[in-house]
Design a protein around this ligand. Structure first.
Ligand SMILES: Nc1nc2c(ncn2[C@@H]2O[C@H](COP(=O)(O)OP(=O)(O)O)[C@@H](O)[C@H]2O)c(=O)[nH]1
Ligand SMILES: [Mg+2]
Length: 597
């Protein structure tokens, strides 16, 4: 992959995850997922990004983490061989990450674009309790190198792991934890089982970070028991396989003041553990990168799971919209289409019947037959009038559609109000209705209606015309039908003459036969036209769905995720993250292979 596209990929992925993280935090109820997302995005920008950008493996990074007041700064001092970190009895003193590096070491590692994400590097030295999204780098005198991890490692003293909700500095710590090639997890005897730090520890282990544990401040004689207890009660529960654990019993004031000379007994084994994990640096860094990429892949579902509730709510909204659409369509059918006659079809029927009469000489015969049918026609006209049930006049189309729309929008609004407490999507929709969602929907409806009208006029006309045009266009078929009808007429007349001989009965039977054959033809024609009419009704329903209710339903269902809303951004992030993770994994695999040759 090209260098530029690798950079785009990492920054896009980190940005999308960052957006999800903020989204989770805004929702308030899944801050631990926000924490995982933060770790994931920080792995992308602080570990994978620089590696793909060919950053050299040295210096490695070691981060000292743990609960409040457990002795992190004290341990950081042991690692850096100084007392530069402010060990402070006040819990939560360290509010932003502080890096300790050798005066001679390179600083280019901090120059990578996006390094530590939102944390700005402080240019002026400041106390560690400055509470802001910053980090600082303290360069230690060269002598510190003699008895410490410097310059091979940068030592990071971090803010406390207290609670997920704590005023935001937990996220600063995660930024550095993601960067680290080695984690030193510090716990003190009185609080090594605290819930939040244990969760953090578990998360770091899941992310494949090599961890060394330091248990602090116990009485020397209690150390073995406490180490044992910690293994059983904490490490085995978080699924940690073999995590090296060291005890650093309560130090004297003198040891605290000068850990290099006075506390070597505890310090040297700790330095050894970390050095082993960083040897050789290339391998250590490659392992960090491999694990980071694996973690993204395996934790993906859980990471995106944080927003599953949002997706479920959006899905539910869509379902409710579609239920409304079904009701809208069936109201249109019930209240309008079912009673609509489509008069064009009656005209078409008349023309169809007319067509079946013979032209030319045949016309005269037809006229004669027509005359013969006069008594029947008069009788029928009278009967039809007498028997016709008064029909309920159908409502005009527009008011029916308008009422159906009002009903639809009303039910959506009620549903939104009812569910507003269950998920912010519903509150968002309710708010939309309080503003202009109803008006916007009505505008959409009008647009749809206009398109519907255009296609509809055309459609009915065409179907009705097709009824007789088709026949007109095929003279052979027309003539066959005409012949058949005429034949029927004659047969009927001849039949009645034969049956009764020629006498006065014929004045009744012949017109009756002519009328009956005509009625038969009319019925056949009417059946045909009626089936065409029903077909037209169905097509009209489909056109309505296609132009009016369908587009409107789609628009309404999408509405919460459009117009720059949070849900629009959410959808975008959800689309991009999985493919981003896959591509990043491919790039990592490729780069690791290249590197190993
Ligand atoms: N006497 C004594 N005090 C300690 C020991 N470890 C830490 N402390 C003190 O406990 C307090 C908190 O330690 P610190 O390293 O600042 O903890 P942090 O908040 O985790 O960075 C400081 O006042 C330290 O001096 C120890 O082994 N012996
Ligand atoms: Mg501290």
């Amino acid at each position: 992959m090209e260098q530029a596209s690798v950079r785009n990929l990492t920054s896009q992925l980190a940005e999308d995850m960052g957006w999800l993280e903020d989204h989770c935090r805004r929702q308030g109820d899944h801050t631990s997922q926000a924490g995982e997302l933060r770790l994931a995005e920080a792995l992308v920008r602080n570990t994978i990004g620089p590696f793909l950008d060919h950053q050299p493996p040295e210096p490695l990074h070691v981060a000292v983490v743990g609960g409040a007041g457990v002795g992190k700064s004290t341990v950081a001092n042991m690692l850096s061989g100084t007392s530069a970190a402010e060990a402070n009895p006040q819990a939560g003193f360290t509010r932003h990450p502080v890096a300790y590096t050798s005066a001679n070491g390179p600083l280019s590692w901090s120059a990578h674009a996006g390094f530590l994400g939102p944390l700005q590097r402080l240019s002026e030295p400041s106390p560690a309790n400055l509470d802001a999204d910053v980090y600082q780098v303290r360069r230690l005198p060269a002598e510190a190198e003699t008895f410490s991890l410097l310059p091979r490692f940068v030592v990071w003293d971090c803010p406390d792991m207290t609670t997920w909700a704590s005023s935001g500095y937990v996220f600063r710590l995660l930024e550095v934890a993601a960067l680290a090639d080695v984690i030193v997890y510090v716990a003190s005897d009185e609080r090594y089982n605290d819930e939040a730090p244990t969760q953090f520890l578990q998360m770091l282990l899941q992310a494949g970070k090599p961890v060394v544990c330091c248990l602090m401040k116990m009485r020397e004689e209690n150390a073995p028991a406490i180490l044992d207890h910690f293994q059983k009660e904490v490490l085995s529960k978080v699924g940690a396989g073999t995590v090296p654990c060291l005890a650093i019993p309560h130090l004297t004031a003198e040891q605290l003041a000068d850990p290099v000379r006075s506390a070597g007994k505890y310090r040297i084994p700790l330095l050894n553990q970390i050095t082993v994990l960083g040897e050789p640096p290339e391998a250590a860094r490659r392992r960090s990168v491999r694990w980071a990429a694996n973690y993204l892949q395996t934790a993906q579902d859980r990471l995106l799971g944080a927003v599953r509730r949002d997706l479920a709510a959006l899905h539910e909204w869509r379902r409710v919209v579609l239920i409304g659409q079904v009701e809208f369509d069936s109201r249109y059918r019930r209240e309008y289409l079912a009673s609509e006659k489509f008069e064009r079809f009656d005209e078409a029927l008349v023309r169809l019947i007319d067509l079946l009469d013979l032209p030319g000489v045949g016309r005269m015969l037809s006229n004669a037959l027509w005359a013969l049918r006069t008594p029947y026609r008069l009788l029928k006209g009278w009967a039809v009038k007498a028997l016709r049930r008064p029909e309920a006049p159908g409502l005009p189309e527009r008011p029916v559609l308008e009422q159906a729309l009002a009903g639809w929008l009303d039910s959506l609004r009620k549903e939104a109000v009812r569910r507003a407490g269950s998920h912010p999507v519903w509150a968002y929709v309710e708010d939309g209705f309080n503003r202009d969602l109803g008006d916007l929907a009505r505008q959409r409806f009008e647009d749809g209606l206009r398109n519907f009208r255009l296609s509809q006029a055309d459609e009915i006309d065409r179907t009705a015309r097709a009824i007789y045009e088709e026949l007109e266009k095929s003279p052979a078929r027309l003539n066959t039908l005409r012949g058949a009808k005429f034949g029927l007429d004659l047969a009927g007349i001849a039949g009645s003459v034969v049956a009764g001989g020629i006498n006065w009965h014929d004045f009744i039977l012949v017109p009756l036969a002519a009328s009956m054959t005509h009625q038969l033809i009319e019925w056949l024609g009417k059946g045909y036209v009626d089936s065409q009419r029903e077909g037209a009704r169905n097509r009209q329903q489909n056109l309505e769905t296609k132009h009016v209710s369908g587009p409107l339903a789609e628009w309404l269902a999408q509405w919460p995720a459009t117009g720059g809303s949070a849900y629009e951004r959410l959808n975008l992030a959800l689309r991009r993250i999985p493919s981003g993770i896959r591509q990043l994994n491919e790039a990592v695999t490729q780069a690791l292979e290249l590197n190993s040759h």
